[in-house]
Design a protein around this ligand. Structure first.
Ligand code: ZN
Length: 214
């Protein structure tokens, strides 16, 4: 039987994070936890602590605000992420980007593979790289496999903006940041984004900053 002294470090780390109410601190690029990859989730936290951890991820994502958050972004190297996007954007932008509302979902042990050769390039940002955005060409459609928070198998197709979100969050679980895949010449501060790059697509940015679109 486990005594408190031989509890797994992961459990202790999560208990420690959840001891404080409210949104969790988000880890920024430069912290190795974002680069080391994650352990597959296999019940390490137990059902009650897992439920509390997921709720804390949800609260933190909403507070940020963001449309996805992966466990390493709060310093926990487990293969778990949450996503949710109410898609509060103008119709023209929503249509160009395929930004349909994505209800709250928990991704446990997700992995994706492309469906077809199509790619879509748009600006995106990351809560762990605050203040900046860059264009990333990603698979337009992916097949996502894994589990949900109850351990039920998930095998689903994602397209449009939700496909972008699941690729971004799954990449976090593999120790990747969106900048690893970005057109670095597109890198823009949030201020420049608001000032110049609010068009539905990055065509103008590509011409003015000098990068290729797929
Ligand atoms: Zn991110």
């Amino acid at each position: 039987m486990a005594s408190p002294s031989d509890r797994a470090p992961l459990v202790e780390r999560v208990e420690e994070l959840l001891a404080v109410d409210g949104p969790l601190p988000i880890v920024a690029a430069g912290d190795p936890v974002l680069r080391r990859g994650t352990e597959p989730y296999d019940g390490q936290l137990g059902p009650e602590l897992l439920a509390r951890f997921i709720e804390a991820l949800r609260v933190t994502m909403h507070a940020a605000p963001g449309v996805g958050l992966a466990a390493p972004q709060v310093g926990v190297p487990l293969r778990i992420a949450v996503i949710e996007d109410p898609a509060p954007v103008p119709e023209e932008v929503a249509v160009a980007r395929g930004r349909v509302p994505q209800p709250f979902r928990v991704l446990v042990n997700p992995a994706y593979e492309p469906v077809g050769p199509a790619r879509a390039a748009f600006f995106e940002g990351c809560l762990s790289v605050p203040g900046w955005q860059a264009v990333v060409a990603r698979h337009a459609e992916v097949r996502l496999r894994g589990q949900d928070e109850h351990g039920h198998a998930v095998d689903e197709l994602f397209m449009g903006w939700p496909a972008r979100i699941v690729q971004h969050e799954t990449d976090h679980l593999d120790g990747m940041l969106y900048l690893d895949r970005a057109e670095l010449r597109s890198l823009s501060s949030n201020e420049e984004m608001v000032r110049r790059w609010t068009q539905p697509t990055p065509t103008t940015a590509a011409a003015d900053l000098g990068f290729e679109l797929p």
